[in-house]
Design a protein around this ligand. Structure first.
Ligand SMILES: C[S@@+](CC[C@H](N)C(=O)[O-])C[C@H]1O[C@@H](n2cnc3c(N)ncnc32)[C@H](O)[C@@H]1O
Length: 445
């Protein structure tokens, strides 16, 4: 515990130092940003010490021109600057949505609005905002098969699910998209799959959480708000903020917990996400992520233990007790869940009466505990081999690909590299803490 906090302290210091050496270029003088600020002022957003800036490490973000004190407000954005489902339902699209034969999801409604407003160009009220949105994203919905192929197994499955979900969202709503033609000038090819994918990633990577009252015309939870300018804030895992919509001031407010020094990038926290989740949901990974772990998949577990005749029964037992998910290793070693699952897997069928107790955390005899540690090492070996193979493939692919695949591959390379470091760290922790006390009587079954 003490060692861990020292490490985190060191990492935070290194990060601060790195940040001080970062190269950055102000974007404020550019016409797009001048127009965005003017647009927000007209909607009641006061002047802000935050300046859109291009940073060499994180890309575009916001820099503060004044020190932000601990507890001070970072940004307070009036409701009139937000795009929510109310904005859409009150717009020219409202009648089409309200009279459609099915109730549509808040996410779809926001996506459709973004696509239509982008299509309207300068005629759109929201043009100054839409004009500064990225043209493309590095989320899995954009990944080619080559990129999907070099992802870790669990991420690969979820990335494919994301690609499929966006395709499905498009194909299952084509009739609704066609119904919007009278609302659009030059209506052909507006709500294409590519346009919907862009909007889907815009909403998913940039919206803030804002719980909204249920709406008769929409189906499902409505928690999204697009927040211009505020959505230029990047994520840092060690930063804390308080963010919510203030129903008294009618502003979306973000308050800093620790403050930020003048001329530094201001960060917020998107949640305690590991890098797999950041990649899947936001299309980036961050180095020195304290939440980083490597996942041990059920299939790998089965493969490593395939000699065990009662494996199917034990896996069934683990599934029934919800113990086949979130089995992980970190630099500090295997997680409690993984070790607990392995305890059960170490038991012979004759000791069935101990299976439940093992899941409740009861320690077993030294030989079985040792078997658990050795199995973690075998799992780490296998994962490390997969990681190295993927890194070699990525190096090869990088030699022959162009943007934007290059950015996607660089991101996956960082994820795989981190995975390899975690596995090395886990291996070392196990060697240092367990194998030195290994009994000589051969614990492997
Ligand atoms: C809410 S936006 C933040 C502003 C964004 N950088 C921009 O240029 O518009 C979220 C996106 O910013 C990027 N991002 C956020 N934090 C980051 C970080 N620490 N490092 C790299 N990219 C980051 C990711 O692409 C993410 O999907």
């Amino acid at each position: 515990m003490g060692g861990h906090s020292r490490r985190v302290g060191r990492a935070a210091r290194k990060r601060r130092q790195k940040q001080e050496n970062m190269h950055s270029v102000s974007l404020s003088p550019q016409q797009q940003y001048v127009r965005l600020i003017k647009f927000l002022h007209q909607r009641g957003f006061p002047s802000s010490p935050l300046q859109p800036t291009l940073f060499s490490d994180t890309g575009r973000g916001l820099k503060t021109l004044q020190t932000i004190q601990p507890g001070e407000m970072i940004i307070s954005l009036p409701e009139s600057c937000l795009i929510t489902t109310s904005t859409v339902l009150d717009s020219y699209l409202g009648p089409y949505i309200k009279s459609w034969s099915r109730r549509l999801s808040p996410l779809l409604v926001l996506c459709v609005f973004l696509v239509c407003e982008r299509h309207r160009g300068e005629a759109s009220d929201w043009f100054p905002y839409i004009d500064v949105l990225p043209c493309t994203y590095t989320c899995p919905a954009y990944f080619s098969d080559d990129v999907i192929d070099v992802l870790p197994a669990d991420v690969r499955r979820q990335a494919m699910d994301q690609r499929e979900a966006v395709l499905q969202l498009h194909s299952s709503n084509e009739d609704f998209f066609r119904s919007l033609q009278p609302a659009l000038s030059q209506p052909t090819d507006v709500l294409t799959y590519e346009a919907l994918r862009w909007a889907w990633c815009s909403v998913n990577t940039r919206s803030v959480f804002m719980s909204r009252p249920p709406n008769h015309f929409l189906s499902g939870q409505d928690n999204y708000a697009l927040a211009p300018f505020l959505d230029l804030l990047n994520h840092r895992p060690d930063v804390q903020v308080k963010a919510s919509f203030n129903s008294q001031s009618r502003c979306y407010e973000v308050r800093s917990v620790d403050g930020t020094k003048r001329y530094q990038q201001v960060f917020i926290n998107y949640g305690s996400h590991d890098n797999q989740r950041l990649l899947l949901e936001y299309g980036f990974v961050t180095m020195d992520n304290p939440h980083s772990v490597v996942y041990v998949e059920k299939d790998l577990l089965c493969d490593v233990l395939k000699g065990d005749k009662s494996l199917d029964q034990k896996m069934k037992f683990l599934r029934e007790h919800d113990f086949l998910q979130n089995l992980t290793v970190s630099r500090e070693g295997p997680s409690w869940r993984l070790m607990t699952a392995l305890r059960l897997l170490s038991l012979p069928q004759t000791l069935y009466h101990l299976w439940k107790a093992a899941l409740l955390g009861q320690a077993l005899c030294e030989n079985l505990e040792q078997w658990g540690v050795e199995t973690v090492m075998a799992l780490c070996w296998r994962l490390q081999r997969e990681s190295q193979t993927a890194l070699e493939k990525i190096t090869h692919l990088l030699q022959q690909c162009e943007q934007p695949i290059r950015d996607q591959l660089e991101m996956v390379r960082s994820l795989r590299q981190e995975e390899s470091w975690i596995l090395e760290g886990c291996f070392k922790t196990l060697e240092d803490n367990f194998l030195s006390s290994r009994p000589n009587d051969g614990a492997m079954r």
